[in-house]
Design a protein around this ligand. Structure first.
Ligand SMILES: Cc1ncc(COP(=O)(O)O)c(C=O)c1O
Length: 430
């Protein structure tokens, strides 16, 4: 649990030298930590004195209510400034400032991320987003025609597209399973995967938390199911890392890809790929690397000329994240989600929430649908008439709106959204 003592220790424990934290950002997080005292994350979740300090670390456009933090998220101002400083410095003399001064700093970013995720730095590659990390996994394993891969039809669209291309190109067999939302239990989810396995199954790709209804999937149980059968489990954690607390050993997985511009709040263009040491030799990089790098995690970073500023900004975002504390963050996010979701469900019997509430298997992402309402029209009405940004989800098995607040979201913003949805249910969207 994050306490004032652990917050200060967390700051001291990063490789980030304090000057990267703008003075006022330090003051904000320190003041917030003082307000928090020794209270539990749950008791702090509705304390506006604490959370308003965190909100002030962001310069966001408050003329709109952004409830699509699932797509990507604004970064705290001091994190963005760190990146801009590096970009400017780089541009003064890129061949030296970028390659010789800034690029080597990727090693301390690797070390900090590895410590937070709970793996060895030699298992941590920095990528530009989750798509890159996941595609390295999906395209990187040798598979023969007829080899089977099991995914769900709620995996991320780009990942399914990548698998389908592999099926066309390499003749692998892709099995897309379906599951109910919300599922009756985590065991039910494992059973759906188990039923799809055959002696030819080589890979399971699972989304740690889905981008559709925000369902947390039973990754550890799937790894335990797959490993004795020699099946690899690729985990798409685009929405999970820094959203709710967990480490590699909680999952036991060998492969993990994530974006860092979602929940870690890094400016756009950052992600990571974890590959367990003994799995690296057999997982090819997407851009070629020499054979001497076969067992070197840096082979996945052989991407040609790229800005060093993006990956170095990860260090500042990680320090901010530790300052807030993963446990406090998810408690607040669930509180904000419950504030709208439970109200809608209580005030209208036409509302159906497809995200598990009062459950460890969900976080900030909430999904709802309204019986008898055109959800695309509701989405457009909220945006055009009330400047509230949501995400319309059109899945073959369900249609509705995904609502995703973040730590800078205020209760007033969430309340406005809930009031407008209830108004739409009462009066229609005109
Ligand atoms: C589950 C999931 N996987 C992968 C991605 C891809 O992330 P990125 O666009 O950062 O590469 C997303 C993006 O929303 C996602 O939700």
């Amino acid at each position: 649990m994050t306490t004032r003592r652990s917050f200060l220790a967390a700051l001291a424990g990063t490789s980030v030298s304090l000057p990267v934290f703008r003075e006022h950002a330090i003051t904000r997080v320190t003041r917030a930590a003082e307000i928090a005292g020794e209270r539990t994350p749950e008791r702090l979740a509705d304390d506006e004195a604490y959370w308003s300090e965190i909100q002030r670390a962001f310069d966001v456009d408050r003329t709109m209510v952004n409830l699509n933090n699932g797509g990507c998220s604004p970064a705290p101002t001091h994190v963005l400034e760190q990146m801009i400083r590096d970009l400017k410095f780089s541009n003064e003399l890129p061949v030296y400032n970028m390659w010789s001064v800034l690029e080597p700093r990727i090693e301390s970013v690797r070390r900090d991320l590895a410590r937070d995720f709970g793996c060895d730095p030699e298992e941590m590659a920095i990528t530009r987003n989750a798509s890159e990390a996941n595609e390295i996994m999906i395209l990187g394993l040798d598979l023969k025609p007829g080899d089977e891969v099991v995914v769900t039809n709620q995996n991320y669209g780009r990942m399914l597209t990548t698998w389908r291309q592999r099926a066309r190109r390499d003749g692998i067999v892709l099995k897309e399973i379906s599951f109910k939302v919300p599922p009756p239990s985590q065991e039910y989810l494992v059973d759906q995967f188990r039923a799809a396995l055959t002696p030819r199954t080589r890979v399971i790709e699972v989304t740690h938390i889905t981008n559709l209804t925000g369902q947390v999937m039973p990754v550890k149980e799937l790894v335990e199911l797959a490993r004795p059968r020699g099946i690899e489990v690729f985990v798409d954690g685009a929405h999970a890392y820094a959203h709710f607390p967990f480490q590699r050993n909680d999952l036991g997985c060998d492969y993990y890809g994530t974006s860092l511009h979602k929940w870690l709040l890094v400016p756009i263009g950052a992600g990571f790929l974890y590959v367990r040491k003994d799995k690296q030799k057999n997982l090819w990089p997407m851009m070629a690397a020499p054979p001497e790098m076969d067992e070197n995690i840096r082979k996945y970073e052989e991407i040609g000329t790229h800005p060093a500023a993006n990956h170095n900004a990860i260090a500042a975002a990680l320090a901010f994240h530790r300052g807030v504390g993963a446990d406090r963050k998810v408690a607040r996010l669930r509180w904000l989600r419950d504030r709208w979701a439970k109200r809608l469900a209580a005030e209208s019997d036409r509302v159906r929430i497809l995200t598990p509430l009062d459950s460890p298997y969900s976080g900030a992402i909430g999904f709802f649908t309204v019986t008898g309402m055109d959800m695309a029209r509701l989405n457009a009405w909220l945006l055009e008439k009330h400047r509230i940004v949501n995400t319309l989800i059109n899945h073959p098995e369900f249609t509705g709106l995904r609502i995703t607040p973040n730590v800078y979201t205020t209760p007033d913003e969430v309340d406005l959204f809930a009031e407008k949805v209830l108004e739409a249910i009462r009066k229609g969207v005109v």
